[in-house]
Design a protein around this ligand. Sequence first.
Ligand code: SF4
Length: 527
Amino acid sequence: MASASAKLTASPTPPASDAAPGHAPALQGEWWVELMGWVALVVFIALPIFTYVFEDYAGGIVWTIVIASLPVFIVLVGYHRWRRICPLAFWAQLPARLKRPGTRKAGPWLETNYYYIAFSAFFVSLWLRLIATNGDGHAISAFVGLLSLTALLFGVLYTGKTWCNYLCPLSFIEKIYTEPHGLRETPNSQCVQCTACKRACPDINEENGYWKEIGSRPKRLVYYAFPGLVFGFYLYFYLQSGTWQYYFSGAWTRQPGLSWTAFLPGDVPWTAGFFFLPVVPRALAAALTLALWSLAGMLFFSQLERLVGSWRGTRRNDTRVRHITMTVAAFTAFVTFYSFAGAPTLRLIPWVHQLFRILVVATATLFLVRRLPRTPQAFAEETLARNIVNHWEWTDVDPPRDLREAFLIHTVRTRESQRSAASILEGYKNAVRVALADGFVTREEVQQLAALRHQLDITRADHERIMSELAEEEQDVRANPAGQVLAASGGYAYRMPAHSTATASDSSSPMEHRTTASSDHSALGRP
Ligand code: SF4
């Protein structure tokens, strides 16, 4: 198994904070994340005022500095930290902070198709940039204000992080650049008062959400369309003016009032729809360009997926094939974005531009190298391993960060202490029970963890016996749900598998999911 050679490491999980969602009090050692959250919020509030008053600088600062630095910032700080910093999330969670949270939940249609919604919101935002907000400070103020109000409205009406998870135009971008997990391990960003707003919640465990959703058709299409959309957006500057100089000079960041001509035929480069067809209104030309390039991206990466599938001799919807293609799509989008973003301002100081490019390429390459070999089996193995380490019983030695080493110590010490092999089996059984109950691994994935069993000297027959005992336990719990917390063994309380029977989204009681979510957080510490 590919994961067998991977080095497994663990780190303690800081406890969740007691605050409402939003800018929660600092987790241990993470005070700067909270500070950055407040700084980001101040900037976010000041921005529309600044862009309204200083129109000449508005487009340059917002688009070529703030927005341009966002993806690399998210990748470097990590998904969960960004989720605690994001100022737009603050507005969406303000009602919860004021003890007036919304109570509605996303319906089944939204749950299935939310990638389309977020992508459409992003598509419209880019289109608005091309016809109105690129160089108009007043339009930028209106756009930021409207976005904040929409987030707030969803916070008033809907529970949890419905806005962040389902509707925010950035929601799929922060995932595509950071999945399946970040460059470094970070505490997660789960809400303390979990209301089960999202199945396989990425705030609880991003990688769990990634593998659970990897077969999703909306996700696949959006991830494949995204690099095309990014390229189409920047290409449009050329298609409009007939020269790349228009984009790289930054002239487009200083065009107040340009929105008034968006639906009219143009006659000069900055009002034309296409330089070769100025009579087409900009609004139509921009929408066509974005749509066609999104389609091109979708077709290109679908073909790539087919190629990867035939290269590996498997079906195109095989998990590994999908993972490889999505990884390449994310890398392409990132590199395409940074071939353009920020350049009009960064070019003013050439050495800074060079330095920034090196940082971006290094970050993208590092992420690619870490992401490509990752497998669901490695995730399952790690999940199970953590459950053993999290119940470390040797008080004279701390559990090593290397999980394999921890297993070794655990196994040797158990033998040395003359304890029967039964205690190893019991520990294994408990770890499997918790992992299944958390919903992070399936029975099929547990079956594939042969390397792990080998380390623990667990025979296949013992493993099969344990699995059938756990299946019986599960049946008992289903027959008698009230007894689920009573089925404790060795300090592990049995819980219903989160996504086999009582899923996050179909749980009628917030408390049901809360139990699961808390365990996700405390047992694993995995972002
Ligand atoms: S599922 Fe729970 S933890 Fe996740 S975003 Fe929704 S409320 Fe927060």
